[in-house]
Write a protein that binds this ligand. Sequence first.
Ligand SMILES: Cc1cc2nc3c(=O)[nH]c(=O)nc-3n(C[C@H](O)[C@H](O)[C@H](O)COP(=O)(O)OP(=O)(O)OC[C@H]3O[C@@H](n4cnc5c(N)ncnc54)[C@H](O)[C@@H]3O)c2cc1C
Length: 311
Amino acid sequence: MTVLVIAEHDHATVKPATLNTVTAGIACQSGDVHVLVAGANAAEAAAAAAKIAGVAKVIAADSPSLAENLAENVAAQVLAIAKNYSHILFPATANGKNVAPRVAAKLDVAQISDVTKVDSPDTFERPIYAGNAIAIVQSSDAIKVVTVRTTGFDPAAATGGSATVENAEGVADSGKSSFVGREVTKSERPELTAAKIIVSGGRALGSAEKFTEVMAPLADKLNAGLGASRAAVDAGYAPNDWQVGQTGKIVAPQLYIACGISGAIQHLAGMKDSKVIVAINKDEEAPIFSVADYGLVADLFTAVPELAKAL
Ligand SMILES: Cc1cc2nc3c(=O)[nH]c(=O)nc-3n(C[C@H](O)[C@H](O)[C@H](O)COP(=O)(O)OP(=O)(O)OC[C@H]3O[C@@H](n4cnc5c(N)ncnc54)[C@H](O)[C@@H]3O)c2cc1C
């Protein structure tokens, strides 16, 4: 049988999460990997998906109903072709998590969520208890609907593949939801889940002004994404979408610099898979040092500006 990966895209480009999900699809060892690009005027995204190494076929479903990524319509599009597949994989992003349960429910199968490793075509690993234990899940469902934690899989090469592109009929609008508007945060900085370097600040920063004053120059120097602990977000020092952790974003950059963050398990759950972790904290007993590759016991208000200046 064949594996279907649902592409995350903006109609023109394919988002990086798709590449990690393709790697998970290949690991399912269930035959060819196909990618569904469900969009409107999304030929460019379909062409980009066809270049991903390891993809045999791209199914391009184009319809005005798919212009705004409404979950009801995307789920209907997936269901229209679902029966041809043994596995249907979504990135475990906000979009993927919006669509996958609808598909699983309609197919009457159990969703396998947040997979970090594929052991065999029917056996998957996923973190539980904020990453403190790994559950091994075996599924006997005929179609496995899986969300993939992208930090668990290396990205497939974005170029080098030469998949065929097959056009599929786009579904009609479900009529169950309609697009009203979108307010998108505009930032010059890299998106947290795709950033190669993240600089993160905690409660120690003390105010929104200090957060910006101390953390932004370091992030600018490193062309890094800015992250925050939940305590910093709850206190209003940083916006919601910067939160890293169990109830925030799960990240695994090449370099994660935690400044004034204690290292509570809920924060570690979101960043401990980072390749290199640097911690700056004035308390040498802070739990963050237990996961840090490099630790600096120092006052961040001195150390961070010095670091930014030295770079
Ligand atoms: C269900 C649940 C979900 C949660 N989800 C998340 C989540 O997704 N993400 C998350 O981050 N948290 C989450 N939390 C909260 C988590 O338990 C911690 O409360 C939070 O991570 C603490 O944030 P912090 O490290 O910034 O603050 P604190 O724990 O207060 O730590 C501040 C640190 O700064 C250090 N410090 C103080 N001043 C300085 C200075 N001048 N220079 C250097 N260091 C200094 C201190 O030594 C201390 O280690 C969750 C909690 C629960 C119960």
